[in-house]
Design a protein around this ligand. Sequence first.
Ligand SMILES: [Zn+2]
Length: 251
Amino acid sequence: MNRLMVAVLWITVKGGLNYPFEDPELSPDMFQGDIGIPPLKQRNGMNTALHLWPNRTVFFEIEPNKFRDEHMALIRQAMNTIQEKSCVIFRNATEAERSSSLLITSQNKGCSTLVLGFRNFTNKMNLQLFDPGRGCFRIGSIIHEFLHVLGFEHQHVAQDRDQFVRIAWENINPEFKINFINNDKISNFSSFGETYDYDSVMHYIPTAFSKNGMPTIIPLKEVGQRMGQRLGMSEIDVRKLNKMYKCPGYV
Ligand SMILES: [Zn+2]
């Protein structure tokens, strides 16, 4: 059995996670796979009021005729999950809010978010159409993109990551090494007092941007088994979001 076959088998055993470049969050032409404009290497969650959604409210527009009913239902379910677990709310943008709202569309390939957090221009979330439960239409993938919209980065670029994972640079496709760099020590980002979270819906899969199918992110502690899960928010994801938006009980 060659190395590629071993890796594919390993991925299959791990629970059917996609091979790196088949994962629609790992589009080769975007920063860290699914963020349109690089966030200047800043760390896991924004803590600058400027980029948090005003009044803890994401005002959005879903581009007409881009989704079928079953897709709309999953987008709604992802919003409802975030609303139930935090004080963040989602509502349709008014005409006046359109210029700084979130546009949700399926016009491009892959699942991606243009920028982290709230801006004075239209942020854009792309969810390529897949059958429900697959690709960008896994519920955790939709929640992942919403957490980018709310201000979260990927977990593996957190400043304390080297205590928790080894980045296997030797297995990363050289073109995509930038997606793993975390050398910025000055940042307006925060981990909100929470530990590194292998279970985060913002964590990459173990073979993200691999050049050979071998792991690129190797857990250093026992608890790394669900790295890359896209089932939903972890307990720590929930706490961080509540702290980021200063929800009642978390201030
Ligand atoms: Zn992402």
